[in-house]
Each structure stands twice: as C-alpha cells, then as structure tokens.
Write a protein that binds this ligand. Structure first.
Ligand SMILES: [Zn+2]
Length: 281
C-alpha cells in the first residue's frame, strides 16, 4: 500500500474498510449491475457484485513536505449520520506512527473537502475538548469549501462536523484557505472538481517526469468511472459531479498517471466505451 510518483512517496492508511453495504451511497450500483463490469473484481468489488470501499488517509511525502491528505472519521465523534461512525475507537494514530508518520512529524493537513469522513482526525478529544491532532501542521482547506460549510449546515451531522473537526483548528490559527487551483508545492497542484461538494478539490502530482492523481471523492468508487452519471447520495450537485467526472477522467485517461481515490486504492484510468474503466496498479 505504498507507491512512488517521481520523488513523491504515497502511503495509504485505512481507517475502515467495508465490503457491500454501499447501497445507501450508490443506489444504482446493484449487485447485478456491478457484476456486468468484470474489471472491478477482485480489487474494487467481489465476484458477486459487492463494492469494496474504504475510509482512508493518504500520506504524501515530497522531498521537503510531509502531508496527510484527508483525515477519516476520527475517534469519539458524535451525531454522525452513519450510526457506526459514532464514538469510533480505532488505532489510527498508532497506525500513522507505525507507517513512519507520527502526528508531530506531519507539516501539512490537506483536506480535499470538508465532509464527515475526510476531516475527523483533524481533531482529537482531550479532557472533554476538541484539540488539533497535528499540532505542528498547517491545515489547508479550499476557501470555497470552507466558506460554504461555515455558512451552511444542511443536517445536524454537517453542523457537528464543522463544530468538532473544522472550527477548533481554525480557532487555533492553524488553517490556510486556498483557491481551488492552488499550487501547494513544486510537485502538487490542486484541481477544482466541484459537484461532490461545492469546493471539492482533487490533487495533481508531478515529479521527475511522472504524474499522479488523487481524486478525492470526485468518484466514491471506480464503478462511477464507467457510469459517470451515477452520482452518490452524498453529492451536493449530482449533475455537476457527473460533468466533473467526465472532465477529470478525460484529462488523465490512457496515460501512465497513478491514480488513487478518496475511498479506493491505486490504479490507472482507461477509456472504455463512452466512459472509463479502472485498472488496479
Ligand atoms: Zn468521502
């Protein structure tokens, strides 16, 4: 679960992984429909059509930065829309340390968007208070995304997420708000990919002649590369999300661009019919 793009190393740390049970997210992805796409098995779906989805972080190490991309659900959180995500108790920080990335060694926390399963470990509960987990890091959020969630709480979960996982790091003075096409380092540039959320960003990596793409939740699952119009129930604007997918995957298809999703592992995007398929790396 580690890859290289030129001089950039990427590691995948899984907080949770589930087989099946994704019908609430992608209602069109029935077992029968999934089985029609044999290239999904065994890495991204089972032979009997169950989707495999993870909640995960990506550790991105450039020659001079140590970045965590997205921070999962987090421990001890409450009022989550998925009941099993409440009061989670996972050894996520221990797993980071085992991978060589203890929290204090991380200098940048980069959130593709500010949904419940991408900001959780921004904070941890200490003495009844939410405090920043990555005390030596700058937290980098898209300005469009932050402004939206600061002004809007469409559900109690959205309000809780902002309150316990976003606001405390802002209050601690650790946040930098960036435009959605921001160049973060020599190797890393953001790509605006709105639709899943209003200010969603994907991440383009270029180093030593090689390229990588971290899609974030532009697609929740590779099944949406073929079925570009299968927007997830979590997308804030399904039609915009579908247009964004076509644009993003068209740009990187049929090229040696190592791709990793917000909820799935590494592969390459290839044209297939009117859409795309995903070939495991
Ligand atoms: Zn997500």
């Amino acid at each position: 679960m580690s890859w290289k793009v030129g001089n950039v190393r990427i590691k995948r740390i899984i907080e949770l992984e589930a087989v099946g049970g994704s019908r609430f997210l992608l209602p069109q992805a029935t077992y029968d429909e999934v089985k029609k796409l044999p290239w999904l098995a065994p890495k991204f779906a089972t032979e009997d059509g169950k989707l495999i989805l993870a909640v995960q972080s990506l550790l991105v190490e450039t020659p001079n930065r140590r970045i965590i991309v997205d921070t999962g659900i987090g421990n001890d959180k409450q009022d989550r829309n998925v009941p099993t995500w409440n009061n989670l108790q996972k050894p996520f920080l221990e797993d980071l340390a085992k991978a060589g990335f203890p929290p204090d060694s991380i200098d940048t926390v980069l959130c593709t968007h500010l949904h419940v399963d991408h900001v959780g470990w921004n904070t941890k509960l200490v003495g009844g208070k939410w405090v920043p987990t990555f005390t030596k890091a700058r937290y980098v959020f898209g300005k469009t995304e932050y402004d939206y969630w600061k002004a809007n709480a469409p559900s109690p979960t959205h309000a809780a997420v902002f309150e316990d996982s976003v606001k405390p790091v802002v209050d601690a003075g650790l946040v930098d708000l960036i435009p959605s096409d921001h160049k973060l380092t020599d190797e890393i540039t953001m790509i605006p990919t709105p639709g899943h959320s209003p200010g969603h960003m994907s991440i383009h990596i270029k180093s030593a002649g090689e390229e990588g793409l971290l899609t974030g939740d532009a697609a929740h699952h590779p099944v949406q590369m073929f079925h570009l119009g299968w927007s997830s129930t979590a997308d804030s604007d399904g039609e915009q999300a579908a247009r964004t997918r076509r644009e993003l995957f068209s740009r990187f298809a049929d090229k040696p661009v190592l791709t990793i999703g917000g909820h799935f592992s590494a592969g390459y995007i290839m044209r297939e019919g009117d859409g795309f398929k995903y070939v495991a790396a």
